[in-house]
Write a protein that binds this ligand. Structure first.
Ligand code: SF4
Length: 109
């Protein structure tokens, strides 16, 4: 990846680590392959509420990589972040368990 395609170092996606994207992979064609059968990702560790393969998670789970490889010519980084945050808000607005954040970090720092 060339540096010209990468977000700048200070442009980290503002993930609030709610875990809703990991618990609703059935809602996107691009993440359905991760569905363990109930809409939650097969790599989502329910006991610790974290990603069990975080270091090796697929590109679709990496906002910065998806931007650099697919969307850099379509959006600015701030526009792309805003679009992703709209998706976060839509997940949070879902009724029932899918829209109820579990309140713990999904991603290990
Ligand atoms: S970050 Fe990990 S747990 Fe979440 S959807 Fe991606 S692979 Fe699954």
């Amino acid at each position: 990846m060339s540096s010209s395609c990468s977000p700048t170092a200070d442009s980290t996606f503002p993930c609030h680590q709610c875990g809703l994207c990991c618990q609703n992979v059935h809602l996107s064609r691009e993440t359905q392959f991760l569905d363990r059968g109930d809409g939650t990702c097969r790599h989502y560790a329910s006991d610790t509420r974290t990603c069990a393969i975080y270091a090796d998670r697929p590109d679709i789970c990496r906002v910065d990589r998806m931007y650099a490889t697919r969307y850099v010519r379509l959006y600015s980084w701030s526009e792309f972040v805003a679009l992703n945050l709209q998706a976060c808000a839509a997940l949070a607005a879902l009724p029932g368990p899918g829209g109820q954040p579990e309140g713990k970090a999904v991603f290990r720092k």
